[in-house]
Design a protein. Sequence first.
Length: 287
Amino acid sequence: MTREALLQIVRVSGAVAAALAAAVAPAAADDASPWTGGQRSSVRLIAGAASSPAPEAAKVLRAGLEIRLEPGWKTYWRYPGDSGVPPRFDFSASENLQTVAVLWPAPHGFVDAGGRSIGYAGGVLLPLQVIPRDPARPVVLRLALDYAICGKLCVPSEVRAELTLTGAAGPFEAELAASEARVPKPVAVGEGPGLSIAAITVEPAANRPRVVVEVAGAGSDAELFAEGPTPDWALPVPVPVGAAAPGARRFAFELDGIPPGAPVRGSALRLTAVSGERAIEVTTTVE
């Protein structure tokens, strides 16, 4: 199923699901909201201890959005690849909330009838960084989440969850810290903790330029994902190509799926490399 077709299903089903979800579970007084969802997937919010920023920085409350999936099902990353739709988050009904940032642990690629997609199998815990308007008061975090899960069929889902965040440490610290550690580390070209993007080359072509990326310190399981500067860029998922130096992998993708009229030269590309438990993120400019 194409991403456009699944998006249409989500739009139509969202209105129906919203009516069914009118009775929202109350905020948990503890460290997690109740699991909510259907038979194949369920969602909850969990709370973590507040971080300790510099004295002049805003207070940051740590939380997480946990999506649990039945075996054989997957859900999608912020950029889903050739098919699928990314999760959509609505925190607008929250209380005492200034901003919330969703962090993305390293994803994996999948190949199916719809093409190459990017996401998570079995489930995922997305860390949240929450900044309250008034640091002296708790945040009541209310989430309306639209997401899609896929097995042999793709199913759109809409759920709501609510949790009060105080910044106190709780029983989910280890899980939340582990998920935060799997978020790709921003680095420059040639830098990284063992894993690095050593070189990026744009090869001119009659039709579409091709980007070739060399990933150093990469195992046989290495993967590369590419995103454009805005969500309407639909770049292909990079595929392994040719030979590389020992301990390295080469990937390539065409500069295809670019919005009409959008300039290529000077645009920023975000490249995410994953190998085992290591993951990095590099932002580069197309020259």
